[in-house]
Design a protein around this ligand. Structure first.
Ligand code: GLN
Ligand code: ZN
Length: 769
């Protein structure tokens, strides 16, 4: 095919679409089913209607080939587990009794059985259910869901392409089932899994699929030679099948690197590649291997996981380059649109001028279609779109929202000294000891106390105008009083105010910082039926007023014990938001850090001696490729230090992390130069304490002795035993006693009992010293 006819044949497609519906109908139907208000048939009908609506909208917008099989009641990795029959032993009877209930039992557990573990889908904020595999796993094909959804789309007269999690990624995302040795490698099951994929592919072909997409995002991570070999073998096998549809192997979230030459040679019919952000490196790699002669290329040039309008001219130029490198070039978003909200048109509170900088799923779909038209018919065919796009981009670039000279001047004047405490840790530690006068093995909590139904109701009342600000604040003050008096009575040493005024640890600050946007309907799926509305870091960040000082000083006025100030750190403020794409992340982090630094300094000036800056997301935003990690950790740790370095040596800076294993970032934790760190550790029996010790970590640490993820109350003995384990790694004068994380998801009765036990355990172990 010549370049020109390849261009003329260009088609528009996407890999997946938000599942929930315009008014989160799916969430309501699924939760209604769980509560027994919605029948299985009604749930199925809602789901089918949502799929139909999405496909027709995509087709109306000009998408030539719609995805199928991307829909899910809960999670597409769990759907894959069902498709390959890898049902864990403990869920088998439930699945046999009733497939739908068994599916939800795997997702959420029941009274009798635990659910599958949930973890993050690569570096997104979507969570998937981790497949549990072992040497005894026997796979069986169940293609009913994939085939059924394909037939629904075909019946609408559409061209449809089923999208499946690829076999290699599926195995690489799995973990050894309970009872299977931890060193079991799920990838050893590849030969058993491939025939099941072959069967599903044959079924899809029989049902009318011309193309099937196999998603292999795991190949954008650093992979061993053995893993790359497995992938090569998988696609040699599947490509060699006689009875199969055309195969498209898709990757996204980063560059393919060494996997790209391998896939380019594989006997598959097409590749879908990401060309946004760090994945833009795919372009050079593709050119260096001589392109994809004889293959179809789907070019992901519209960022599928951020919310900014595309630079259409830049994308067209990328597409132009790609035309010379493949037999056929089609256009798509870089990944499923699952990771962005549905439609900017629903946002009435965002200024129209700013709204034009944003593109959610509907707008991204339109961009894909426009780019396809530009590619097929030339730029003249989309002249008006290009002009409008140029105007939107220029308005963003020159807006006072994106460029606040005062913020920029301050950020560029930051020096290395600004991000360093005035004294080294050892001297600070002595000053803090004298200043705070805490006992050995001091007790504290991570910040939040139970967010009761009454608190949430008070917030809803305030929003609805049923109570005024004064009434709401009265409620918050009463809550703080109760929390302070409980902690004093229980004998906790460093108190917290309990965070009752916070709806969410990021949103609360985003709402008070200039430069952040909030959406009203910008829901994205976090997991299952849980949706979040990440705020948008849209402009230069400044802090017009103190954000937390009032509540912290109020709490301090109620007690003579130290009350810990409580802030969300700059890295976490980025990680759980949509970030700017027009400047390096490090620049945005620095602006947020400077705003938080003012808050830290003002807390200190108002008499706060202990200030905690939470960074639970430090580990999770680590880049997927090892080569990018040092650069990330550099700006991330600098932003934390910039936030916390403006205080006196005798002010104690705490940080807190959870959700992840920290063994591989202990150096970065050390580089934060915080005086005290609290970490999640109860479930791993203080593993992290040993990791800190092995590194020679010199500072104070509180590995959690109370697992707050469950309502279970740990006994005094149990907590004491964990403390003794901790003491084997960390000396008594540097060990703190605290729970794993905040208590906001817990109820009061178990919180009360658990903290009483925690204090009793600290006292017991102190007496043994
Ligand atoms: N200070 C926060 C809290 O206690 C920390 C939450 C978190 O680590 N995710 O809720
Ligand atoms: Zn936590």
């Amino acid at each position: 095919m010549t370049t020109k006819s390849a261009a003329a044949a260009a088609r528009a497609t996407v890999y997946g679409y938000p599942r929930q519906g315009r008014n989160r109908e799916l969430k309501k139907a699924v939760e209604g089913y769980w509560k027994g208000h919605v029948t299985a048939d009604a749930l199925r009908a809602t789901a089918a209607e949502l799929r139909r609506t999405n496909w027709l909208r995509l087709a109306d917008a000009g998408i030539d080939e719609v995805p199928t099989g991307d829909f899910s009641y809960y999670d597409h990795v769990l759907d894959t587990t069902a498709m390959v029959g890898a049902i864990p032993e403990r869920h088998r009877s439930a699945v046999t009794r009733n497939a739908l209930d068994g599916y939800f039992a795997m997702a959420r557990g029941t009274q009798e059985v635990a659910p599958l573990e949930m973890t993050k889908w690569f570096d997104t904020n979507y969570h998937y259910l981790v497949p549990e595999l072992g040497p005894d796993t026997a796979f069986t094909a169940d293609s009913a869901k994939q085939v059924g959804e394909l037939k629904e789309a075909l019946a609408l007269g559409l061209t449809a392409r089923p999208v499946l999690v690829g076999p290699v990624t599926y195995l690489l995302l799995a973990k050894p089932a309970p009872g299977v040795p931890a060193d079991f490698d799920p990838l050893t099951l590849l030969d058993r899994l491939l025939p099941v994929y072959a069967e599903v592919l044959a079924d899809l072909r029989a049902a009318g699929a011309e193309w099937v997409q196999l998603d292999e995002p795991a190949l954008v991570q650093d992979r061993t030679a053995a893993e790359l070999n497995a992938a090569e073998r998988a696609y040699r096998d599947l490509g060699g099948l006689a009875d199969r549809p055309k195969l498209l192997v898709a990757s996204y979230f980063d560059r393919l690197g060494e996997a790209l030459p391998m896939l380019a040679k594989a006997p598959v019919d097409g590749l879908a590649l990401d060309f946004t952000g760090a994945a833009a490196a795919n372009l050079d790699t593709l050119a260096s291997v001589g392109g994809l002669p004889g293959k179809r290329l789907i070019a992901g040039v519209v960022n599928g996981r951020n919310v900014w309008v595309n630079d259409l001219a830049a994308s067209l130029s990328t597409l132009g380059t790609l035309l010379g490198l493949a037999d056929r070039v089609d256009v798509s978003a870089s990944c499923s649109l699952l990771h962005v909200p549905l439609d900017t048109a629903a946002e009435r509170d965002i200024e129209p001028q700013i709204l034009r900088w944003l593109a959610f799923a509907e707008q991204k779909t339109a961009e894909v279609v426009t780019l396809t038209r530009g590619l097929a018919r030339g730029t003249d065919a989309i002249a008006a779109d290009l002009a409008a796009n140029r105007a939107d981009l220029a308005s963003r670039t020159h807006s006072p929202v994106t460029r606040d000279p005062a913020v920029r001047a301050r950020a560029s004047a930051v020096t290395e000294t600004d991000a360093r405490r005035s004294q080294p840790y050892a001297e600070r530690a002595a000053a803090q000891r004298a200043h705070l006068g805490l006992p050995v093995l001091p007790t504290t909590t991570i910040g939040s106390f139970p967010q009761t139904g009454q608190l949430r109701a008070a917030r809803a009342d305030l929003r609805a105008g049923r109570i005024d600000t004064a009434g709401y604040e009265e409620r918050i003050r009463a809550e703080i009083q109760e929390i302070i008096s409980f902690q004093e009575k229980t004998g906790i040493d460093v108190l917290v105010h309990g965070e009752p005024e916070r709806n969410d640890m990021v949103q609360y600050f985003a709402e008070q910082l200039t430069g952040y946007l909030a959406t009203r309907h910008g829901w994205v799926q976090s997991y299952g039926t849980r949706y979040v509305r990440p705020p948008i870091l849209a402009g230069d960040i400044s802090r017009p007023e103190p954000m937390t000082v009032r509540w912290t000083t109020y709490a301090q006025s109620l007690t003579s014990r130290p009350v810990k100030g409580m802030l969300t750190g700059p890295v976490t403020m980025l990680a759980w938001s949509f970030v700017r794409d027009d400047q390096p992340l490090g620049d945005t982090a620095r602006q947020v850090a400077l705003a938080l630094r003012d808050e830290v300094n003002e807390l200190e000036a108002a008499g706060t001696s202990v200030i905690q800056v939470d960074e639970p997301a430090l580990r999770e935003t680590l880049p997927l490729r090892g080569a990018d990690r040092a650069g990330y950790l550099d700006w991330a740790t600098e932003a934390f230090r910039l936030t916390t370095s403006g205080v006196r040596p005798d002010t104690q800076i705490h940080t807190h992390m959870c959700y992840a294993e920290f063994g591989d970032i202990v150096q970065a934790i050390d580089d934060l130069d915080a005086d005290v760190i609290s970490l999640e550790a109860a479930r791993s029996h203080m593993q992290v304490a040993r990791e800190l010790a092995a590194h020679g970590y010199p500072r104070e640490a509180g590995p959690g002795v109370y697992d707050i993820h469950s309502p279970r109350v740990p006994s005094t003995d149990e907590a004491a035993e964990l403390l003794r384990t901790g003491l084997r790694a960390i000396p008594a004068e540097r060990l703190w006693v605290n729970p794993d994380c905040g208590l906001k998801t817990r109820a009061w009765p178990e919180t009360r009992a658990s903290l009483e036990h925690l204090v009793a355990a600290a006292r017991t172990v102190r007496d043994e010293l």
